[in-house]
Design a protein around this ligand. Structure first.
Ligand code: ZN
Length: 264
């Protein structure tokens, strides 16, 4: 049987195509074959309207949301939502594919598969298995011994199973998965580095924006302070002026009185 994974690596795909294929693989295992179209729709895009996704997938909006929620639970997609005034104030969701998370999820999935295959291989290598030549049922040593090496269904004498081919098959499968894991590892490295750069850039931009806002606030505060100070100074000057006026008036009237005294 040619599995999609094997097909993937038997051919010489471009990196981009490989990434899409890897993501489709994990999306399919989480949300079913009909969900794989989402990868094509969201790959290399950002904040895609869910109604557009539903239309392109030829699914209802509820079916589409169910798929997207399943993927979001695994971190493979994320959303932002906006209130839509035209749709009676309901939220419309806009979806983005998280390539890094998707690939990491796929790696987990493959690692599990590798573990179970390895277990199976070890069992095949260490234990003996028997089969019935007429009904083709298989049993391990323990069960075979229990039925004294005869088939519990038809009574035929059980035969020792030749495991060479099965072991070979398992070893091939394991090698293939290891091969995929190696290129997946590489791909994850590239993608996460890229995502890290974007993240750092975002954080820097955010910090710049905040410091700008802080500076603007500081300027506004300083301006306010200056205004207040100016107001205070004006008041002070006014008071001083008034005081001086009064003093002058006093002086003038004193002078007048003296003058009048002189001419009296
Ligand atoms: Zn039998």
């Amino acid at each position: 049987m040619v599995t999609p994974i094997r097909k993937l690596f038997n051919q010489n795909f471009s990196r981009e195509y490989m990434q899409v294929a890897l993501l489709k693989n994990i999306v399919s295992s989480i949300a079913g074959q009909q969900a794989t179209g989402i990868v094509d729709l969201l790959h290399d895009k950002k904040n895609v309207n869910e109604f557009l996704i539903a239309k392109k997938l030829k699914l209802t909006i509820n079916q589409t949301r169910n798929i997207l929620y399943k993927l979001a639970d695994e971190g493979i997609v994320s959303f932002i939502r906006k209130k839509d005034k035209k749709k009676g104030g309901w939220y419309t969701y806009f979806w983005t594919l998280n390539v890094g998370k998707g690939l990491i999820k796929f790696r987990e999935h493959l690692a599990k598969k590798l573990e179970s295959l390895t277990e199976k291989l070890n069992l095949k290598k260490t234990e003996r298995f028997y089969y019935c030549p007429s009904c083709n049922s298989e049993s391990n040593e323990e069960v075979a011994l229990l039925y004294q090496y005869t088939c519990p269904e038809c009574g035929e004498v059980l035969q020792l199973k030749e495991k060479g081919k099965e072991i070979e098959q398992l070893e091939k499968e394991i090698a293939k998965i290891n091969e995929i894991l190696a290129s997946l590892e590489q791909e994850i490295g590239i993608v996460t580095r890229k995502e890290q750069v974007v993240k750092v850039r975002k954080i820097k931009a955010e910090a710049k924006k905040k410091s700008k806002e802080r500076a603007a606030k500081k300027r506004a505060r300083e301006l306010e302070f200056k205004k207040l100070k100016a107001k205070k100074n004006r008041k002070k000057n006014k008071n001083r002026k008034n005081r001086n006026k009064k003093k002058r008036k006093k002086r003038l009237s004193k002078f007048g009185r003296n003058l009048r005294k002189l001419f009296r």
